[in-house]
Design a binder for this molecule. Structure first.
Ligand code: LAG
Ligand code: CA
Length: 474
């Protein structure tokens, strides 16, 4: 099931508040996400995880890197983000604000190191008190054919599924007991009001085990099947490709974010690609209804696959395009600022993540930028109306309508452009939602006048956009 309407006037836009603590997610749902029209929020891996107690080798300088959370040690919900009570309160608060909660679920593996956790779970490698023992994990030789026990060949089906991903203990997801433990964990979250999951390392679980696991899941509090978005990197052959997983869930748009980077900022770094290519955005990619799309996530913002917040106005413009165009279920990523790729989120000395402060340079609240919330509203208003009136200058100025419901122009050049565009909208004066909004019939920002032929003469600022829908008429 695609993530549906969560509240009045909402469609499917999700925010991804990576490594925000539960208290901060809750207040953001009430203060920003709900009012701005977000239908959902993805939150970080909530199960108890590794808490490092010492630094590794010389190049290792961060005690509590962001990736500690990808090493679960039990399904207790005490974590860097808060307590189980805070998690439950957050889900309740978000649902009340009309925002559904989607959880990042790690089902492929348990921790690969350490013996200390945030919640105090007793564990060692392959032995997790009261949960799993060595017989619940794939083993080198018998199950995993690589010499090291790790995945050495990412195009080898057996290695990808049954060897260790970066040394993380690989669960026997084909074993009934393991499936039952995983289903019990996910059903507990569903019982707390969670609406679905981003499935970490889904490629390494495999289609059959993912489908079997989903058969054990309950309906959500809204009576829907949980929405499932599978993390499957592109590049793998056949069975290992994202397209081959769409029968087991939606997939993350991990090729789409590469294409967005290439359109907005191609190699070499100071080149700009061309937005004109986006006329066919989605061509060759998994079906729109089966894809969770984003400009970046926590991996790609660091590994160079995608744009990131350091791209500033270019990043915001790409977010605006994704929300306007209508390929995939759009998700907007907001997290903390970083220099080193393994940096910790703002935390206490012992790794507990502190409250998000969008006014501090330590956090980057892309989802709350007016340029972005204006397009969230646009996306909700135009619904499924088709892309029409496509216009481009062959380079980095594009414009299009969504049926008769809305019109947008985007300029990725470093200079402004003025053109006469066919908007497909009725004659009238419209509020540009990238900079203003309509209250009591007045626009708080600039307006655009559409004439009787549906045409408008518009100046689109350098690295800027203009957008309005038929609901933004003043
Ligand atoms: C994912 N999707 O499939 C996550 O999106 C990605 O962020 C996770 O890797 C990975 N799979 C496992 O859940 C991250 C870091 C890794 C980190 C891992 C586990 O990118 O660097 O590995 O989380 O915390 C770290 C060390 C490794 C070490 C491993 C096991 O960097 O050197 O081998 O821990 O001890
Ligand atoms: Ca596996």
């Amino acid at each position: 099931t695609a993530p549906g309407q969560a509240g009045p006037g909402r469609t499917d836009v999700m925010a991804n508040l990576f490594e925000w603590n539960w208290a901060s997610v809750a207040s953001e749902c009430t203060d920003v996400l709900g009012p701005a029209g977000y239908a959902g929020v993805q939150v970080s891996q909530p199960a108890d995880s590794l808490r490092r107690t010492e630094l590794g080798n010389g190049s290792d300088t961060v005690l509590h890197p962001w990736w500690e959370i990808y090493q679960p040690v039990s399904y207790e919900l005490t974590s860097r983000m808060g307590s189980e009570a805070q998690f439950r309160a957050m889900v309740k608060t978000c649902r009340k604000a009309g925002v559904k909660v989607y959880v990042d679920a790690v089902v492929n593996h348990m921790t690969g190191q350490g013996s200390v956790s945030y919640g105090g779970t007793k564990y060692s490698h392959f032995a997790y008190a009261g949960l799993y023992d060595a017989s619940d994990f794939h083993q080198k030789g018998t199950d995993c054919p690589s010499s090291t026990g790790g995945i050495e060949d990412f195009n080898n089906l057996q290695q990808v599924r049954k060897c260790e991903l970066v040394g993380l203990a690989d669960l026997r997801t084909d074993k009934p007991k393991v499936r039952n433990e995983l289903a019990a964990y996910l059903n507990r979250l569903i019982g707390y009001g969670v609406s679905g999951f981003r499935v970490d390392a889904a490629k390494h679980v495999g289609q059959d085990d993912l489908i079997a696991l989903q058969k054990k899941l309950n309906r959500t509090l809204d009576g829907d099947k949980p929405y499932v978005a599978l993390e499957v990197f592109g590049g793998g052959p056949g069975t290992l490709s994202p397209e081959a997983f769409t029968g087991a869930g939606a997939v993350l748009g991990l090729d789409a974010d590469i294409q967005l980077k290439n359109a907005f900022k191609s190699y070499p770094a100071d080149a700009t690609g061309s937005l004109a290519t986006l006329r066919d955005f989605g061509a060759g990619l998994p079906a729109s209804g089966r894809t969770l799309t984003f400009v970046q996530n926590h991996d790609t913002e660091r590994n160079g696959d995608s744009l990131n917040y350091k791209d500033g106005a270019t990043n915001l413009l790409a977010q605006q395009f994704l929300l306007a165009y209508g390929y995939g279920t759009p998700q907007v990523y907001s997290s903390f600022a970083w220099e080193a790729t393994d940096a910790s989120p703002p935390s206490s000395a012992d790794g507990i993540i502190t409250d998000t402060d969008c006014a501090s340079p330590a956090w980057v609240c892309v989802h709350a930028e007016k340029a972005v919330t204006g397009l969230v509203s646009f996306h909700n208003h135009v619904g499924r109306a088709p892309v029409t009136h496509w216009w481009d200058n062959g380079g980095n100025l594009i414009a299009f309508s969504r049926g008769k419901a809305g019109w947008v122009a985007l300029n990725n050049d470093k200079v402004p452009h003025t053109e006469t565009f066919g908007t497909g909208l009725a004659a009238g004066t419209y509020c540009d939602v990238t900079r203003g909004s309509v209250t009591q019939g007045r626009c708080s920002g600039p307006t655009v006048t559409v004439d009787a032929r549906g045409q408008a003469r518009v100046t689109v600022a350098a690295k800027g956009a203009v957008a309005f829908t038929k609901a933004d008429r003043v």
